[in-house]
Design a protein around this ligand. Structure first.
Ligand SMILES: Nc1ncnc2c1ncn2[C@@H]1O[C@H](COP(=O)(O)OP(=O)(O)OP(=O)(O)O)[C@@H](O)[C@H]1O
Ligand SMILES: [Mg+2]
Length: 274
């Protein structure tokens, strides 16, 4: 695939998104976001409720275009106004609810086949059933939950954690240019959340995925990834690179927020939930 000269996988320029424009309910969800993500960069995204995190991922995934004047480029291709299904060759997603990413009435292998069909690469699409099964088994074996021996099991019989782990495999098996994780461990119990987060890190590192991971949890945002961005009121107010991030504590992050936002940090959700 064509590569951007600067090897950025994602370039967002002047992204604005307004809902209910021209009415009293008008919401400026994104208010001029510029963001470049380098190839293989793992970025965590944090911010309080309504900051615009999911809207940002929706724009990258092509759920809706940004307002005029904004530009979305993935792998150097301008995709700003492409339909969502055309973004599928570039972008994969894991949502908060395991039910959204997987189909409960289909088997594990049927779910994986669908995931394969929606993206790249063509060689995998053309693979015969036997070859596909082998690919699925290998991908599932790496997450060490024993799912490789349950290819024909209905996904509805899996636990939430197993389904989220399967969602991750589904999202990465087609080798997207960029992986979008939107609070994908938030509905899991703390132990399962940790397991799925460890799997996430393993898959992201092994597949060298360029990743945007939204989390409410400051500790997670600091512990994982190589860069942290914080959103507030539709803008990126902090962008912290690896060297600075690795020694940062939650109290430092709160102080940085207060300096950047010019207001007191009051969102307990960001501290307490995952
Ligand atoms: N599809 C939509 N239609 C109308 N308003 C929307 C839509 N999506 C988001 N919004 C509004 O845009 C603002 C930003 O929402 P968004 O979901 O991006 O926030 P968030 O940072 O993901 O918050 P949370 O942490 O609660 O998930 C909110 O005021 C929200 O109500
Ligand atoms: Mg959200």
């Amino acid at each position: 695939m064509k590569r951007a000269a600067n090897h950025d996988v994602l370039n967002l320029t002047n992204i604005r998104k307004i809902f209910f424009a021209g009415t009293v309910d008008k919401v400026v969800a994104l208010n001029g976001v510029d963001l470049s993500v380098a190839d293989q960069e793992f970025v965590t995204v944090i911010g309080s409720n309504g900051a615009g995190k999911s809207t940002l991922l929706n724009v990258v995934a092509g759920v809706f275009p940004p307002e005029r004047g904004g530009k979305v480029e993935i792998q150097g291709d301008e995709v700003t106004r492409l339909e969502e299904y055309k973004h599928a060759r570039y972008v994969s997603r894991v949502w908060q609810e395991p039910e959204v990413g997987t189909s409960r009435n289909l088997s594990i292998e049927e779910n994986l086949s669908l995931a394969l069909l929606r993206g790249r690469p063509r060689t995998l699409k053309k693979a015969g059933n036997k070859k596909r099964r082998q690919i699925f088994r290998e991908a599932l074996a790496q997450i060490e939950l024993g799912l490789e021996d349950r290819l024909t099991a209905q996904v509805g019989t899996l636990s939430g954690g197993q389904r989220q782990a399967l969602s991750l495999v589904m999202a990465t098996i087609s080798k997207p240019s960029i992986l979008l994780l939107d609070e994908h461990i938030a509905t899991l119990d703390p132990r399962t959340a940790q397991t799925v987060m460890d799997l996430t890190e393993m898959i992201v590192e092994r597949e060298r995925m360029s990743t945007l991971m939204v989390t409410h949890n400051m500790e997670m945002a600091l512990r994982y990834g190589k860069r942290l961005i914080m959103m507030h009121k539709g803008k990126i107010i902090l962008d912290i690179g690896h060297d600075q991030k690795k020694d940062l504590k939650i109290t430092d992050l709160i102080a940085a927020f207060e300096r950047a936002a010019g207001e007191e940090f009051t969102d307990d959700n960001v501290l307490l939930s995952c």
